[in-house]
Design a protein. Sequence first.
Length: 264
Amino acid sequence: VSNSVYEELVDLAKICSISYCTSTNELYPGDFVDACPLKECVNGNHKNSKIIKVFQPPEEQKGPSGFIGINHEKKKIYIVFRGSETNSDWLSNLDIKPTKYIPHVIQNYKVDKKNIEFNCENCLVHRGFYKSLSFFFEDSYSDVQKISQQYPNYQLVITGHSLGGALATLMAVEYKLLGFNPLAVTFGSPKVAVNNAMSKAIDNFLKTLFNYNNLSNIGNLESGLYRVIHKGDFVPLLPPSYKHVGTLLTIDKFLFPHEQKDLK
């Protein structure tokens, strides 16, 4: 990958780490420098960045945690999902029963499927991830819509680690159905697709093969789904027999630091 792509992935990994401040109630709306105690917030690398809204639902709601942010210098809007921390997060992970996949925007926002190149009639999805996303989507859509209308030239970036990566994957489909052209980057994500119909439909819709073939030629990540995994991490192997989606990037080195040459 190019140096600019590598730097962007490093930046997104740090942004994902910020989402874990929700676990200790240390993440607040406002400038990044004031939003959380992590060095990623206070080291000055995110000038003109703000956290717009923090999502930390009560345990009984079983919704994911994360935040919506904006970077005016880079002209990016972020939707960031935290990984597994609470009991409800782990219940979502373990709820692996296959369920029929109908994107939430098609169910609830009456998006006309005839005008969309997305055929997923026989798709099956991980039920826990699918149900968890429904809570977050309903709560976040109006905020993202408002921000995007205010800054129509900003790129929508959806990211997350572990469980958050699975949710970011499904969220990318939702927002593309709404007319956005999102960039989704996941770190250590488990599998979301139960069957080949699901994985093929998402890969075709998000142009995974095109993005893979052009990765070495691009200077930055503009759209599509990219999943970053670490060699030896068992989470991306789960659940067994399920399918991954997106363009794969592997960190081929066990110990830190992970440099550009270690990303295959």
